[in-house]
Design a protein around this ligand. Sequence first.
Ligand code: ADP
Ligand code: MG
Length: 598
Amino acid sequence: MGIIHILSDTLAGQVAAGEVVERPASVLKELVENSIDAGATAIRTEIRRGGIALLKVSDDGNGMSREDAQLAFQRHATSKIACTEDLFRITHMGFRGEALHSIASVAQVKLTTRQANDVVGTELRVSGGDMHEPIDAGCAPGTTVETAQLFFNTPARRKFLKSEETEAGQIEHQLKLHALAFPGIRFTFVRDGQTVFDVPATTDMRQRIADFEGRELAEKLMRIRPVNAAGIHISGFLLPLSEARRNRSRQYIFLNSRPIDDKFAARAIRDGYGGFPTGLHPALYLFIEMEPALVDVNVHPAKKEVRFRRPADLAAALIEAISGTLTAHTKAETPSPSPVVPPDSALRDSPNTEEGSIPSPHTAPRLRILQPMPRQKELSLPVADTVVTDRCPSASAPSAHHDNKLPRGFRLLGILKGEYAIFENAEGLALLSPRAAMERIIFEQLLAAQKGPIAAQRLLTPVLIDPDIREIGTAHKLLPLFEKAGFHIIPFGRSTLRVEAIPAFLNIGQTEDFLHELLHFFTAGGNILHRNRSPYEPFASQLAKQYAAREDIAQLLRTPEVLLSRLFACEIPYCTAGGKPTIIPFSLQEIARKFQTT
Ligand code: ADP
Ligand code: MG
């Protein structure tokens, strides 16, 4: 007897199943994709015990004839590809013709199906790859696929499953992704006899998001200004910074209706924001549509990796869509003579209001009456004629360029513990951290370097610094960044640096000390700058942080109003570049709730 056996069809199916069917959620994905391809308008999923005991997907789609139903379980049986050229024009979800075959080889499957015009439907059972004779079934038009005892004949796979709880959670997440990608389909999910969700079909994406995330969050959605370029279409919604997360769990990105988890797209999105606080990931629901020929999706059947054929076009489109949206929303909220939105604004009762009515993209709703002030003009002095002085006017001191008025509707109530300023407005209380506020203000002043040169002030006597031998390399690498930020630092001999000018808006008392600290941080912080495509931002963020850390709180709190105005002149006033809050609101509702008066 030969050593090499031809794999039995069942065994081949089990091998293939290893790729297609990793766990209950991947079975679910395949079944739901088939339902979507069949033109379903309602898809109902029922599971028991994490989908292992039972996983049942019913749809009201086209259904199958009896012959097609039998064929559907054949390996590479698919109604979706006729010739190889079709492979490049795939618009369907599934096209490998492998899923049903694979699933049926590792579970007990019962399929019932009927086409609308047929008098009688078909019931077909396939268990561990063995197909039974089809029988008549009286069923509604559409298809139901029921898989029971998943992995009953592959105990090794079964052992790899996580708890029923985890598997059920994966299924729910997978279903949510499908539901977000196809708002026009009603999705119902029943788990162990309990309805987890039942979201009606809608043409309004905002409604579908609200069905999952709640009305409160949906009100904060900013519709992305659609971009259509180079065969790429971008649409969707952004959420304000306050909804950003430390991981990408709030990033829903779909490519031609498939969820993708793609680092390249994620990076382009950050760039669209003109940078994003390090450590945070923007929250969004983003839909990319592009010519299927421009992308390889099914690189791996179960993975969400994609390969873009024209990545630069995609990046450009994403950046345009996101930055355009943010600009539009910032403009829409630029202060007008009627700034104060009544506490219970119309927003709450009109779910379909367009985003123009959302006052601030960066704001949590309870903060929405805080109106950013128009951007103040920075002093811009060319280096050459800058005042020759060792110290510049304090960045924190009130300057002629600020009006000393508070942002509209604010009143200073006092100072808490010499540490925080307390303000009130129509919405309630707000606590301001002077240090954090300063950090944000300085950060944004440094970012201005991306638009034009930053004004510098020449030092009366240049400062010489001798970095540690380990730090000199870092120092040299940082020179272009320092230059951009308004410093003039010149290598002086092999291991000395000569600081001739510093940014005009900084009041660095001990320049030498300050720069030493910065070099130390970037040397110890390893490749933080190299890992970033635009290293200037993390650089500016650290500079601002360190600068703010040296600020004299008492001095800053002498003019809290100035600080608040300057803060609200910022693009993103509510947190530092590192994501720490600058101002913490306490709404009247919140206070009333604490007093148990509501
Ligand atoms: P693929 O989706 O890659 O074509 P599958 O194994 O998932 O392969 O399905 C095989 C075939 O069975 C499909 O091409 C389709 O014709 C048919 N089919 C599967 N599920 C359904 C369904 N829910 N409704 C109608 N037809 C279906
Ligand atoms: Mg399929």
